[in-house]
Design a protein around this ligand. Structure first.
Ligand code: EPS
Length: 362
């Protein structure tokens, strides 16, 4: 299977299946000299992990990272960094029925059509388990971006089904299991998720991700646009069906006089562009949003076919997320961070000598 690598200068290759012995990644191109310790992976891996609340999959993986290479005496050496996480809580028998049929709305069918063979246990390679390694790789990316440029990447759940935030506070985001930015609505979310779980159905979601501190100049025209790479990176996350940068699809109904971000010596007056013009960062916050479809593995019976093409009714057992969006915030942050570190290194490689160009807006 090809296309398991991501990035041009900071390259991440992931491997492994949801029910195999382990998942892992190799990061090539990480700058040398960055202090990194296995314990630093804990926070983000826990933020993404299953089993942290009753509203997500109850599979309980330890998600302990082993650094196999590329780090010596606590610092990156510039050589490939290999990270490994052993799978510790598979329950493969749940997938006996899936082996001979296809879940409607799941990659089961397309993997089968493409390869003529698939690992049906937990969806194999198509399981969101793979995103663990993106989050692990991004721990390194986030740390380097923060130390070198003061870049901070943060995300939040911006819609759960029909429910949208009625207030906004970054402080609230890390204090509830939904990454929701308005604490007063958390009981409403709990109630909605409890009812959904009881019904056996699933629901979609929107996740927003914002990078502060990105200097102007990152991103390349024409085929290496920062927004193009961000869209590709976010779209590569399981279940993502839409990506917006800045105002995104709302731009359709806007006028130029409304959408443009006017400039003065005090800076930009607004940020409809999402911090990117012509595929290159403006120096404002880089803002992206993604839509996640409702999980296809649900308890509501649905029509499908078996391997012989005969009609069957599918009910998916196993430990699934009734809303994959609830765990997607750290994954969106990870993909944003991986795109940004790659473009930081690419900008430094080609344009490092250009330095700061006047006028630079605050
Ligand atoms: C997932 C289904 C469940 C989740 C899994 C994502 O597991 P399985 O692969 O056993 O079906 O628990 O998430 C994780 C294991 C994880 O670490 O994120 C799916 O269908 O994507």
């Amino acid at each position: 299977m090809s296309s398991n690598s991501f990035g041009k200068l900071f390259t991440v290759t992931t491997f492994g299946e949801s029910h195999g012995p382990a998942i892992g990644c190799v990061i090539d191109g990480c700058p040398p000299g960055l202090a990194i310790d296995e314990s630093e992976f804990r926070t983000d891996l826990d933020r993404r992990a299953t089993g942290k609340s009753r509203h997500t999959s109850q599979r309980r993986e330890a998600d302990d990272v082993e650094i196999l290479s590329g780090v010596y005496e606590g610092k990156t050496t510039g050589t490939p960094i290999a990270l490994l996480i052993r799978n510790t809580d598979q329950r493969s028998k749940d997938y006996g029925d899936i082996a001979s049929t296809f879940r409607p709305g799941h990659a089961d069918y397309t993997y089968w059509q493409k390869y003529g063979i698939r690992d049906p246990r937990g969806g194999g390679r198509s399981s969101a388990r793979e995103t663990t390694m993106r989050v692990a790789a991004a721990v390194i990316a986030k740390k380097w971006l923060a130390e070198r440029y003061g870049v901070r990447v943060r995300g939040y759940l911006a819609q759960l089904g029909e429910i949208a935030p009625e207030g906004f506070d970054w402080e609230a985001v890390e204090q509830n299991p939904f990454f929701w930015p308005h604490a007063a609505q958390v009981p409403q979310l709990e109630k909605a998720m409890d009812a959904l779980r009881k019904s056996g159905d699933s629901v979609g979601a929107r996740v927003n991700v914002v990078a502060d501190g990105v200097p102007p100049g990152w991103g390349e025209p024409i085929y290496g646009k920062l927004d193009g790479d961000l869209a590709s990176a976010l779209m590569s996350i399981n279940a993502v069906k839409g990506v917006e940068i800045g105002d995104g699809f709302a731009a359709v109904a806007q006028h130029g006089s409304q959408h443009r971000d006017e400039m003065s010596a005090d800076g930009f007056a607004s940020n409809h562009a999402g911090g990117i013009l012509g595929g290159i960062s403006t120096g404002q916050a880089v803002i992206a949003s993604m839509a996640l479809k409702p999980t296809s593995s649900i308890l509501i019976p649905g029509h499908s076919v078996n391997l012989a093409g005969e009609p069957v009714e599918v009910v998916t057992k196993g430990r699934h997320d009734p809303c994959v969006g609830i765990r997607a915030t750290p994954i969106a942050e990870a993909m944003m961070a991986l795109v940004l570190i790659d473009h930081a290194l690419r900008h430094r490689a080609q344009c490092g000598d250009v330095g700061e160009v006047k006028p630079r807006l605050p």
